[in-house]
Design a protein around this ligand. Structure first.
Ligand SMILES: Cc1cc2nc3c(=O)[nH]c(=O)nc-3n(C[C@H](O)[C@H](O)[C@H](O)COP(=O)(O)OP(=O)(O)OC[C@H]3O[C@@H](n4cnc5c(N)ncnc54)[C@H](O)[C@@H]3O)c2cc1C
Length: 453
């Protein structure tokens, strides 16, 4: 069996940023495994601009953003294998992969970074009544056909779902000469970024019908039309609100699901809210030495945040490798083997023991989504490994106007920020300071909630 210090599964923006950051920490033995024929992930098919405003203060296209990271990976000489699909991952960090040149092979990794991205929810998950005619695509598949393969899926289009991919494809299909008749959204709000609603729908006069869904699909060989209806608060169609739209193409943009089959095989605990791994402040999962970042962890709206998180995961994975190699690993064992009970690293263990009176600090806090918050990343904090600050990312459950996000540990408020509007389509963040948290101890939980003003 081959051996590598860090194996990264997935060569999209998350995998690339994690690899660069681990290498910058001095880790030399890294391998990226990518099933596609090239690195870059989903960005390769996103030829619109809007990427990199936070990271590079420039508006780049998806391939341009990816190229900056790919060039750096090449320059730093970080090894990668493309056309290589990971088939299995065990809890002992044995990676089983297959490629046309190598056949099936196995790698024993010291640390693994999960960066497999996510997949689109297909028609089968929606219970749409009707035959199964040609002409029904997920929006991402249509995007690949148009932008990479150079093929048009159809000429008259209805889009179900107003997440960012659906909005971007409404504009893309229009620019390629198709007529996009309507975008229907089940929820009373759009799942996409405001800027995409303006730039992709409003600028092109494409109607957005909120609280609407497809209730019938027409056509047997090829799609000939769909029926839309309004839905009530429970998502049930309202009688006599049906409207027929003739079309040859229906694009589905009805949600992304983190790609976690491999994580499940490895025994990684998944969150029911995100469908991604539960991670701590180091982006380490419930399995020692397995880290997660990017869309496999939770679906991001902006790639810049993917790169930022992944860089942290890469840095922490490199630290993990250093600390579990040789002498320090023995010392670490003295601190206990269960990472749920004690700090992970030897250095952290010493700091924890030296600085924190046991009665004051349990060492581990759960980060909980309170009122109005759907999930948080991370959801566990090992105090001993917290830096000066901790950034908590989250999404709200519904639209809130003129409200505050607050973070509390016990009764003490650690963070408060007022905002005109919170929407589920936009990822939010709150930053807490170590100093403030120390003052709130002892506490077992940190709770983040939305308070309507
Ligand atoms: C249509 C669309 C439009 C977007 N628009 C914007 C935008 O305007 N601005 C913005 O900032 N962000 C945008 N995003 C979001 C951004 O592209 C994503 O957040 C980002 O690509 C996620 O990075 P990732 O590395 O986690 O996943 P991905 O890019 O999906 O990469 C995952 C990689 O893992 C590989 N992989 C999966 N399973 C395996 C396996 N078993 N073995 C080997 N390899 C595997 C995949 O082939 C893929 O290359 C958009 C996304 C989409 C889909």
């Amino acid at each position: 069996m081959k051996q590598h210090a860090i194996v990264i599964i997935g060569g999209g923006p998350a995998g690339l940023a994690a690899a660069i950051s681990a290498a910058e920490q001095g880790e030399k033995d890294i391998l990226i495994l990518e099933r596609d024929r090239e690195l870059g992930g989903i960005l390769n098919q996103c030829i619109h601009n809007g990427f990199g405003l936070h990271t590079f203060q420039e508006e780049l296209t998806g391939p341009e953003y990816a190229a900056r990271y790919i060039e750096k990976v090449e320059r730093m000489g970080i090894p990668y294998l493309t056309d290589t699909m990971v088939l299995d991952l065990s809890s002992e960090k044995v990676v089983t992969a297959v490629s046309p040149t190598e056949g099936i092979f196995q790698i024993q990794a010291q640390a693994v970074i999960l960066a497999m991205g996510c997949r689109e929810r297909p028609r089968g998950a929606l219970n749409l009544p009707g035959y199964r005619p040609a002409g029904i695509y997920t929006a991402g598949t249509a995007q690949r056909l148009v932008n990479v393969e150079g093929r048009m899926p159809g000429r008259e289009v209805v889009i179900l779902g107003s997440g960012d991919i659906g909005l971007i494809m409404a504009r893309r299909m229009t620019l390629e000469g198709a007529k996009v008749k309507v975008v229907a959204e089940l929820m009373p709000y759009s799942g996409g970024l405001k800027r995409n609603i303006v730039q992709c729908l409003e600028d092109f006069g494409i109607p957005l019908k909120l609280s609407h869904t497809v209730v019938a699909i027409h056509g047997k060989e090829r799609l000939t039309g769909v029926t839309l209806a309004q839905v009530d608060h429970d998502g049930r169609p309202v009688p006599r609100t049906e409207e027929e739209y003739s079309c040859d193409t229906l694009l589905l943009s009805v949600g992304l699901i983190p790609e976690n089959e491999l994580s499940k095989n490895a025994g990684v605990a998944l969150s029911s809210a995100t469908s991604g791994p539960v991670v701590d402040e180091s982006f380490q999962t419930s399995v020692n030495g397995i880290f997660a970042c990017g869309n496999v962890l939770h679906v991001h709206d902006l790639v810049d945040f993917v790169s930022e998180e992944a860089a942290n995961a890469g840095r922490r994975a490199a630290e993990y490798v250093r600390e579990t190699s040789g002498e320090s690993s023995e010392k670490r064992m003295k601190c206990g083997e269960s990472r749920k009970d004690l700090p992970e690293s030897q250095a952290a263990c010493e700091e924890w023991t030296a600085k924190m009176p046991e009665k004051e600090v349990s060492g581990i806090l759960d980060i909980l989504p309170g009122d109005g918050v759907r999930y948080t990343v991370p959801s566990v904090l090992h105090l001993a490994q917290m830096g000066e600050t901790l950034k908590i990312r989250f999404r709200v459950r519904k639209e809130y106007k003129n409200s505050c996000v607050t973070v509390h540990a016990g009764d003490r408020q650690l963070f408060r920020r007022r905002k005109q509007i919170f929407v589920p389509g936009e990822m939010e963040e709150a930053v807490i300071r170590r100093e403030d948290l120390n003052a709130a101890l002892p506490a077992d939980t940190i709770t983040i909630r939305i308070e309507e003003v």
